[in-house]
Unconditional design. Structure first.
Length: 542
C-alpha cells in the first residue's frame, strides 16, 4: 500500500486526529468521525466499524459502498466478535476476502473492544510505519470510547441516584397512604423511563391485588383480581421480580386488567414490594418510552424503589393505625367523661343537693318543732350513707383498687354486691371458690372487659338478669357474660363504628389482644348476647 504523504505529515495527521478524538462527547459521533477519517487516511473505498461497550451493547456503522458479499462477510465477523483480552494486536488483512479488506482492532486497556474493516483494494499490505500509526489510532478510538461510555454510565447512575434520593425523601416525608401511592406512581416512570406505573397492594384477607384505575373522564375505579393471576400475581406469589418485554408471548399475561383499564400494554417490568420479608404488594411499570426492552439494570433499580416504597407504605399504614387508635382513645375518653358527668349528675350530685336542702329544713324545724328533728336527722343520715355508697361504687367502677388487694374474684364479688339498678336489671355471679393466678395486667383487662360487657347489656338488653361466670378449661380461664335480652345485629354494629357514639366492642377486642386472649361475641335480635373471653393461664410468648 502506497501513499504520497511524507511520514512526518502522516504522523502529524494521526496526532491531530487523536487530539480530535479526545474532544468528542458522544460515542456515536466519535465512531462516525473516526471511520470517515480512517477511510480518508488509507484512501479506502468504504469501511465498517463495530464497537462493543463494557455492558455488551453493540454499535455498528458503515461508510461507503460495500459489495453484498463483502458486507455479508463483515456482518458474520461482527456477529462473532466479543470483547476479549486476546485478539489482534496490530492491523492487518482480515480472513474475509484477504487482499481487499483491512481489519483494524479497537483496543482499550488490554481488551479488544471493537473492529474496523476498510476496503482498500490491492494486496492489503501495510508498511510497518503505517501499521504502527493505525495501531495508535485503534487504541485511541477504543480507549476514548470506553472512557465516554464509563462517563455516560456514571452520569446515568448519578441521575438515577438523584431521582432515588428525591423519591426517598418524598416517601419519608409522606404519611398519608393515598398521597404516598400517588407520589410513587408519578415518580417511578421518571426513574425508569416508562409510560406508566401501577401500584398494586395485596389484600391479605381476600388474597387479591388491588389498585385504582383512572379513566379518561377522570373517574377513579377500584380494580381487584386474584393474586395468583397475571404477571403481577406471579411476582406477588413468588416474591421475585420479572422482565417481560412481549406480554403477548407470556403465558401468564392476564389481559382482563387491560380490558378493564383500556391501556395498551406491550412490555412489563414488575417487582415485589417487601417489608421485613412480607409482601405488601407489587409495583410495575409499563412500556419503556424509547421503545427499547427493559433491562436487568431497570429491574434492579425498580426493586430498590419497591423496597423503599414497601417500607414507606408500612410506615404510612402504621401511622394511619396509630391515628385511628388515637382517635378511638379520644372518643373513648369523651365517652367516659360524658358517662362520669351523667352518673355524677343523676346520682351523687342530686343526693348532695338533697342533703343540703334537708339540713336547711332541719335548721328551721329545730326552731319550730324540735321534737321532729331526730327523725329528720335519721333520714339525713340514711341519705348521706347512700350518697357515700354511690360515690364509692362510682370510684370502684373507675378504678377497682380491690383488684390489687383481693384479685379478680374479690373485685368481681364486690362489683356485683355494689351493683344497683332501679330499672330491674340484675347481676348474678357464678365463679369457683379459687382461681389460678393471673398476671396483674390479665386480671385488670379481664375485669374491664366484663365491666364493659355488663355496661353494654345494661344499656341495650332491657330489664333482664345478666350472668357473669368464670371457669377454667385446660390452660385457659374462660370468662362469660350472658343475657337473654333484646340482642342486636352484630355485623351491622361492626360495620359502622365511625357513626356510633360507643366503641365498646372495639375496646373489648383490643384489651383481649393485648393480653393474648381470644374474644368472641355472639348476638342476634331477640336472642340475647353472649360474650366470651378465653385468657391463657401462662404468660404469652412475645
Amino acid at each position: 500500500m502506497t501513499t504520497s504523504a511524507r511520514p512526518g505529515q502522516r504522523q502529524l495527521a494521526v496526532l491531530n486526529h487523536i487530539l480530535a478524538i479526545n474532544s468528542h462527547t458522544s460515542v456515536g459521533e466519535l465512531l462516525h468521525d473516526s471511520l470517515s477519517w480512517l477511510i480518508g487516511f488509507v484512501s479506502a473505498q468504504a469501511g465498517a466499524l463495530l464497537y462493543v461497550t463494557p455492558q455488551d451493547e453493540r454499535v455498528a456503522l458503515e461508510h461507503g459502498p460495500l459489495r453484498p458479499e463483502l458486507a455479508a462477510a463483515i456482518a458474520r465477523e461482527q456477529e462473532a466478535f466479543a470483547r476479549t483480552q486476546s485478539g489482534m494486536a496490530e492491523p492487518g488483512p482480515t480472513g474475509v476476502e484477504a487482499g481487499e479488506l483491512l481489519a483494524l482492532p479497537l483496543l482499550s486497556n488490554g481488551h479488544t473492544v471493537g473492529l474496523v474493516h476498510l476496503l482498500i483494494g490491492g494486496d492489503g499490505v501495510l508498511a510497518f510505519e503505517e501499521a504502527a500509526l493505525l495501531g495508535q489510532i485503534g487504541r485511541a478510538i477504543g480507549t476514548e470510547c470506553d472512557k465516554l461510555q464509563a462517563l455516560r454510565r456514571a452520569e446515568h447512575d448519578l441521575r438515577e441516584l438523584h431521582l432515588l434520593y428525591s423519591v426517598g425523601q418524598a416517601l419519608a416525608s409522606e404519611l398519608d397512604l393515598a398521597s404516598l401511592l400517588d407520589t410513587i406512581q408519578r415518580a417511578t416512570p421518571e426513574v425508569i423511563g416508562a409510560e406508566r406505573c401501577t401500584m398494586m397492594l395485596l389484600d391479605h384477607e381476600t388474597n387479591e391485588l388491588v389498585f385504582e384505575s383512572v379513566h379518561a373522564d377522570g373517574e377513579v375505579e377500584e380494580v381487584r383480581f386474584p393474586s395468583d393471576r397475571g404477571i403481577a400475581g406471579w411476582v406477588a406469589t413468588h416474591g421475585e421480580g420479572q422482565i417481560v418485554n412481549n406480554v403477548e408471548q407470556d403465558a401468564r399475561w392476564y389481559n382482563v386488567v387491560q380490558r378493564q383499564t383500556g391501556f395498551r400494554t406491550h412490555s412489563i417490568l414488575c417487582a415485589p414490594m417487601k417489608a421485613r420479608e412480607r409482601i405488601v404488594g407489587v409495583i410495575q411499570v409499563l412500556n419503556k418510552r424509547t421503545g427499547e426492552p427493559f433491562t436487568p439494570q431497570d429491574l434492579s433499580l425498580l426493586t430498590t424503589l419497591a423496597t423503599q416504597a414497601a417500607i414507606a407504605i408500612e410506615n404510612a399504614s402504621l401511622y394511619a393505625s396509630l391515628k385511628e387508635e388515637r382517635d378511638r382513645l379520644l372518643t373513648k375518653e369523651e365517652e367516659v367523661r360524658h358517662m362520669l358527668a351523667r352518673e355524677l349528675h343523676d346520682g351523687p350530685t342530686q343526693s348532695v343537693a338533697a342533703i343540703a336542702m334537708n339540713i336547711e329544713f332541719t335548721k328551721r324545724l329545730l326552731q319550730l318543732m324540735p321534737e321532729k328533728v331526730a327523725g329528720e336527722l335519721d333520714n339525713l343520715l340514711d341519705l348521706a350513707r347512700k350518697t357515700a355508697h354511690d360515690i364509692r361504687t362510682l370510684l370502684f367502677e373507675l378504678r377497682p383498687l380491690t383488684l390489687e388487694t383481693k384479685g379478680l374474684l374479690g373485685a368481681l364479688d364486690q362489683y356485683v354486691t355494689r351493683f344497683r339498678d332501679p330499672s330491674g336489671f340484675r347481676l348474678r355471679l357464678e365463679v369457683p371458690a379459687e382461681l389460678p393466678a393471673l398476671s396483674r395486667e390479665a386480671e385488670a383487662a379481664t375485669f374491664m372487659i366484663i365491666q364493659e360487657a355488663v355496661n353494654n347489656a345494661r344499656k341495650h338488653a332491657g330489664p333482664v338478669e345478666v350472668l357473669v361466670g368464670l371457669r377454667v378449661e385446660g390452660e385457659r380461664l374462660v370468662a362469660t357474660v350472658r343475657d337473654a335480652g333484646k340482642g342486636f345485629d352484630l355485623e351491622a354494629v361492626r360495620g359502622d363504628y365511625s357513626s356510633r357514639g360507643s366503641l365498646g366492642l372495639l375496646n373489648m377486642q383490643e384489651r383481649a389482644r393485648l393480653i393474648g386472649a381470644e374474644f368472641e361475641m355472639r348476638s342476634a335480635p331477640g336472642q340475647g348476647t353472649h360474650v366470651e373471653l378465653r385468657v391463657p393461664l401462662n404468660e404469652p410468648e412475645v
